[in-house]
Design a protein around this ligand. Structure first.
Ligand code: SAM
Length: 502
């Protein structure tokens, strides 16, 4: 996606060929594809909507302090979401994102007193979103950290001995470690089966690339935290999400220095790199770094409202959003959607997060098989039609829908079929047939050094210049609301000095 939000390491990424994204992406001018194969799908020129892309002028970390919890590929900046939340909603309104990623839209909506509800099919994304929109209090965090430290002091010898053996023989299949969440640490209100037992999570071996990524002392602490934290508990989930954000990176604030923060280098790259250079990850204290990161995350007050984070397919998110809102006694229909659907065959969220997924206990390739990030043009439009059709039941009569859609110009070095003008195609072949109204397309010329493709190096694809935001509505009233609100001035003060009211 065009507007990556990165905390660090932008210039430090090793360039192993296997670590580049599957395809290169380029968002070109508003030229429409002339690919004969898709002649029947040629979108016509659509009206533009003059929304000033002021979000680009804001500081990189504009928005609530929870946003930079963990880097996430193809996330958009919180300032972009604010431009729509401020224009098209009032406090108390529901704001949806069926592809919530790291939770940018729902978190910023909650921080502005709206009800932010996110959904994603990637469990890593759901954990990040849930941590942000349903966070523990600062006091809960302090108490839990103290408990974890105390319990660590009592059991560290055993974990250190286990980690020493793993690091001495990386990849040994007979050295088993407790599965994620399988050894609750005192005070964890762990999910239990009806008979009171803790659900069985098998012990597993640790792959060589995980063993090589950490110093033995750090690995011991991570094994302890991984086995002890419960993702179903609000505070523990926040800790796990925070740990994913500090798991790897090229400064002393990260637990492993073997790879950059933005995404995981390929497992084979890690093994080869260590063999070639004799690299050893420095010793890092997980509790100290966790505490530092938590302090940074909690430097602003908690978001004003609690939100919702669902795990599931965007195609049936509408029904699930309504159920979840109903259960909580909240308005069941949203007035705004701000979302960026998956790219056409670009990002592999499992592969590029394999080390974070190891921590959370998920299989990276299973996640890549699950997600809809590998579609070709036609299948993508069918997918988007199903998503938009399914969402309607959760939208208010005058709802506004902003979809950030990136073009894909190249696919494995060849022009991508129908990859340019994708926003226009989504309108004609996915949104219009589902009865949506078109307000227009807003253009966003993105600073070249912030484009995702640039991050993988110039060979991977040229930096792109334009992003398109397709702005839809559920009715004529919504369409007029979208058009009339486009020019409204926005208050960019953050944190707000006074509670915002529109
Ligand atoms: C471009 S990213 C969204 C990033 C988000 N705007 C943010 O700021 O973090 C697209 C998301 O779609 C998710 N995704 C892919 N297929 C999906 C599906 N069928 N249902 C729901 N989410 C899906 C991916 O896991 C990914 O998080």
């Amino acid at each position: 996606m065009a507007l990556l939000s990165l905390e660090s390491d932008r210039l430090e990424m090793p360039k192993a060929p296997e670590d580049r994204p599957m395809r290169s992406v380029r968002i070109g001018a508003v030229a429409i594809s002339t690919d004969a194969e898709h002649a029947l799908h040629l979108p016509s020129e659509l009206p533009s909507l003059a929304i000033e892309p002021e979000w680009k002028d804001q500081q990189r970390l504009w928005g609530h302090s929870f946003h930079p919890m963990c880097s996430y590929l193809a996330s958009f900046p919180a300032s972009l979401t604010h431009a729509f939340i401020a224009r098209y909603t009032r406090p108390g309104d529901v704001v949806l994102d069926p592809f919530s990623g790291r939770g940018t839209t729902p978190l910023q909506a909650c921080a502005e007193g709206r009800v932010g509800a996110g959904n994603d099919l990637n469990p890593f994304a759901q954990i990040l979103t849930a941590a942000k929109v349903d966070p523990p209090t600062k006091a809960d965090v302090k108490i839990r950290l103290a408990t974890l430290r105390l319990a660590w002091a009592a059991s560290s010898r055993e974990w250190n001995a286990l980690a020493d053996r793993i690091v001495a023989d990386p990849g040994a299949s007979d050295l088993l470690v407790p599965g994620p969440g399988s050894r609750p640490i005192s005070g964890t209100p762990t999910r239990r089966s009806p008979d009171g037992s803790i659900p069985y999570r098998p012990d597993t071996s640790v792959s060589a690339e995980v063993a090589l990524a950490f110093h033995a002392r750090t690995l011991a602490q991570l094994l302890y935290l991984r086995a002890g934290l419960d993702p179903d508990d609000r505070t523990d989930r926040f800790f796990l999400a925070t740990l994913t954000g500090i798991l790897h990176g090229k400064s002393a604030s990260y637990l492993s220095a073997v790879m950059p923060n933005t995404f995981s280098m390929a497992p084979r790259y890690v093994r080869d790199f260590v063999a070639r250079t004799g690299f050893q990850s420095p010793e890092r204290d997980a509790f100290a770094l966790l505490e530092d990161k938590l302090r940074r995350l909690y430097r602003q007050p908690l978001p004003a409202t609690r939100g919702i984070a669902l795990l599931g397919d965007a195609r049936d998110a509408g029904v699930r959003f309504r159920e979840a809102l109903h259960e909580r006694g909240l308005p069941e229909r949203a007035r705004l959607v701000v979302s960026s659907p998956p790219y056409l065959r670009v990002v592999k969220y499992g592969y590029y997060n394999w080390l974070r997924l190891w921590l959370l206990g998920y299989d990276a390739s299973a996640i890549d098989d699950l997600l809809d990030d590998a579609h070709h043009h036609d299948a993508y439009l069918v997918f988007m039609r199903e998503v938009l059709g399914g969402l309607r039941s959760a939208l208010a009569d005058d709802a506004v829908i902003a979809l950030v859609i990136g073009d894909v110009e190249m696919d494995r070095g060849r022009p991508a079929s129908g990859g340019v003008g994708l926003a226009e195609s989504v309108w004609e072949l996915a949104a219009a047939p589902e009865g949506y109204r078109l307000a227009g397309i807003a253009l966003d010329d993105v600073a070249a050094n912030r484009k995702m493709t640039k991050l993988w190096g110039d060979e991977a694809g040229q930096a792109t210049k334009l992003d398109r935001i397709l702005i839809l509505a559920t009715s004529e009233a919504g369409r007029r609301r979208a058009i009339n609100g486009a020019g409204l001035p926005i208050d960019w003060q953050w944190p707000p000095r006074l509670p915002r009211a529109l």
